[in-house]
Design a protein around this ligand. Structure first.
Ligand code: ZN
Ligand code: ZN
Length: 258
């Protein structure tokens, strides 16, 4: 069983179960390392769908306690999945250096677009927005704060035309990842969502084959991310299916993120 570095907890209020239940499920599935990456808070603003900043220390101490308790069975890493806003560079550094997190995963669910407006990638209504998303991802990669990019192709959940902007966005992100040897995450959570008819065919919202074929051609390192929001998703059939698809696409899968 491959290891997983994308695990949520009930602190984000849209995931279920205790921290320990995720760990037990990973042990049962045969994992040797499990990375927690719940949705990270910001100190001065609540962007929603994430733990409160006041819960961060408790999250870290809970994982420290469980890391010690399970040290003979599983290596536990402490991370966060978090958006990249340039104004918070000192904060990302502090999360790693002062709070002692093992890693940050870039989850660019929202970002600031070319007009300085806050955009949510789940509701992108044109392909200019996708291009701005790709710029945000590349800018984040270049900071060096992030260990991997979670679901870089998540924008494909919007039913947009596959035009020049989309092609440029895919090329920008894969070129930037190749240049910086950044790990991209092939995200199993897309396979837990319904398949439906899009302009470019009947498919899952993500992962998107065109994006990952380009990643395979550029020999980019990839991991399978469970993106589990419940303990029984840690290594479920979607996680296993994602690995199978990634191997069929010829992706260079790596076993750990360090
Ligand atoms: Zn979530
Ligand atoms: Zn995410």
């Amino acid at each position: 069983m491959r290891n997983n570095y994308h695990t949520h907890t009930n602190r984000c209020l849209h995931a279920y179960g205790t921290d320990e239940e995720y760990i037990l499920r990973a042990c049962e599935g045969g994992m040797t390392e499990l990375g927690f990456s719940d949705h990270g808070p910001f100190p001065d603003k609540d962007y929603g769908l994430r733990m409160q900043y006041g819960q961060l220390d408790e999250y870290i101490s809970s994982l420290d306690r469980l890391k010690e308790k399970y040290k003979d069975r599983l290596n536990i890493l402490k991370g966060l999945e978090i958006e990249y806003y340039p104004a918070y560079n000192d904060y990302y550094r502090a999360l790693l250096d002062e709070k002692g997190l093992d890693y940050l995963a870039l989850g660019a669910h929202s970002f600031i677009d070319r007009n300085g407006e806050f955009k949510n990638i789940f509701f992108a209504d044109d392909t200019d927005t996708v291009l701005d998303y790709a710029k945000n991802v590349c800018q984040a990669i270049e900071t060096g704060f992030f260990r991997f990019v979670a679901h870089p192709d998540i924008f494909f959940l919007n039913d947009l035309p596959v035009d020049d902007n989309i092609e440029r966005a895919c090329a920008m992100m894969t070129d930037c990842a190749a240049e910086h040897d950044m790990i991209l995450e092939y995200n199993a959570n897309g396979y837990r969502r319904a398949r439906r008819m899009y302009r470019d065919g009947f498919r899952y919202p993500y992962p998107h084959e065109a994006f990952w074929r380009a990643a395979a051609e550029k020999n980019i390192r990839a991991i399978i991310g469970s993106d589990c929001h419940a303990p029984d998703q840690v290594c479920d059939e979607s996680f296993i299916y994602a690995e199978k698809k990634a191997l069929q696409l010829g992706l260079r899968l790596c076993d750990c993120i360090f």
